[in-house]
Design a protein around this ligand. Sequence first.
Ligand SMILES: [Zn+2]
Length: 248
Amino acid sequence: MPSRDVWGTLERLVLRVTAAAPDTVAPFTSVGVSCVGPVDEQAGTVSPPYLSSWTSFALREQLEELTNKPVVLASAGAAAAEAERTIGEAQDTASFLAIVADATVDSACVIDGQRLRGAHGNAGAIAHITVDPGGLACWCGAQGCLEPYLSSIALEAEMNRPLGRANDSIIERSGLMLGRAIASICATVDVDSVFITGALVDVFGDRLLATARRELATRSRLDFLEELTLVEPVEHIASLVRAASLVV
Ligand SMILES: [Zn+2]
């Protein structure tokens, strides 16, 4: 992601890749695109945090003009959920939550085989659940959202060092807040499984997940949440494949 001329760079990349497609491959018929939320699926716009030039950016329309093909746009969390249920580890799970803990936090919910969309396409997003009232400031303007505790951009800014050099107390805190957020949303949406991927999981690993599971067990005391599992899928599905799965 370049800091300037983001659309120009993406436009050139799309043109270069489509021009390089070999003759033996059938031409593509549609485009799936995902972007970190919040998104507006109705309007086809995205407003990724930390990228002010893309506030309410009409990504779908721009891609439709560029490719002359129908474009399906959704959040990165939604793309992760669609990919997990199409080709990933949620193929046999009717109700689950997919979380991407990466540069920012994104998630989506599949209930009874249907991805929840909501009025704008952000249903199931947990990034701005309050996990620590009066806690860290979030880019959204509120305090104590999950986002600053689980976004690599926010954590690296807070620590002033790369994610890989986070100390145990930071990792513990991230796990705690993650467990808290999952407990809140799962009591509401009633899912069997939570699949989590992203840089935070790759870098913090089992220490993050073990703390989150402990906190989740403490906060989720309802019978129907007893079997709830928090898992990191063994097979990582690449972001582009996730985006493509939006049109499958
Ligand atoms: Zn927030």
